[in-house]
Write a protein that binds this ligand. Structure first.
Ligand code: CAA
Length: 247
């Protein structure tokens, strides 16, 4: 297979780590992008190296800031070469019932989970089209499809991710660049573990498979979408949610 350069945002989180590992196992050179405030990049890098993933290139930047993305992608390209695969994975939650939600909680989630797709994709999509090959993979959520009480901000952003994916896919379809989304259900990561235990238990009971997803079950789908064999798939949303919701 051809080795490609893959940049993953939110790379050092639970889902991001699994995505980096699965892309690496598929033979790609992985650029792990993390937020400047993440305080353990060296620890993460060492942990990865101990697990056999020795060649990750690390860059940091704030994906909610356009200027930060310009600088971060330039650094990534200088260190690893042109970006062939972009995984827009980084995301945050600021869960609160709408009546109590503050403007700052709305703005933060929209900026990080949705505007970041503009900020990051802008840096790479035209160059991918010029080279005639590219993959943009956007991590949405089951809650962007079904809506979740306590998550008007997150559900709106994640639904927006799907609209963005379809529109950009249509623009790039003839240029060898595919744009797809993955809508995971509840995955066993820190983000989900932050839900109150009794609330989380009641959520798991609504999942037909009665369990959380393993991060690698999402990472594996990412590796598939990034592959040559996925060339005919674009504008799609892969639901990986244990049967929680079908479109
Ligand atoms: N549907 C409708 N009403 C609900 C509800 C639901 N699912 N859950 C709670 N409520 C209602 C309660 O009945 C209660 O109503 P009353 O005040 O009339 O009694 C009210 O909401 C409680 O509101 P509070 O603001 O007091 O609740 P809280 O502060 O204890 O918790 C919350 C609010 C933080 C949003 C909590 O409900 C929660 O964590 N919910 C889960 C949200 C969720 O699923 N987040 C996913 C995070 S992981 C992720 O996002 C990854 C992914 O992609 C899947």
């Amino acid at each position: 297979m051809t080795q490609r350069v893959a940049l993953v945002t939110g790379a050092m989180g639970g889902l991001g780590t699994a995505i980096c590992q699965e892309l690496c196992k598929a033979g790609h050179k992985v650029v792990a992008a993390y937020h400047p405030e993440f305080d353990k990049p060296d620890e993460w890098t060492k942990e990865m190296a101990d697990a056999g993933f020795k060649d990750f290139v690390c860059v940091s930047g704030d994906i909610s800031s356009f200027d930060s993305c310009v600088a971060m992608v330039a650094e990534a390209e200088a260190k690893a070469g042109p970006i062939d695969i972009l995984v827009n994975n980084a995301g945050i939650t600021r869960d609160r019932m709408f009546a109590k939600m503050e403007l700052g909680q709305w703005d933060a989630v929209i900026a990080t989970n949705l505007s970041s797709l503009f900020n990051m994709s802008k840096q790479v999509s035209s160059k991918m089209a010029e080279r005639g090959w590219g993959r943009i993979i956007n991590i949405s959520s089951v809650n962007g499809l079904k809506g979740q009480a306590g998550q008007t901000n997150y559900s709106a952003a994640k639904a927006g991710v799907i609209g963005f994916t379809k529109a950009l896919a249509a623009e790039l379809a003839a240029k060898g660049v595919t744009v797809n989304a993955i809508a995971p259900g509840y995955v066993a990561t820190k983000m989900v573990m932050a839900i109150k235990p009794e609330v989380l238990q009641s959520i798991i009971e609504t999942v037909p498979m009665k369990r959380l997803a393993k991060p690698e079950e999402i990472g594996g789908a990412c590796a598939y979408l990034a592959s040559d064999i996925a060339a005919f798939m674009t504008g799609a949303t892969m639901n990986i949610n244990g049967g929680l919701y079908y479109q």
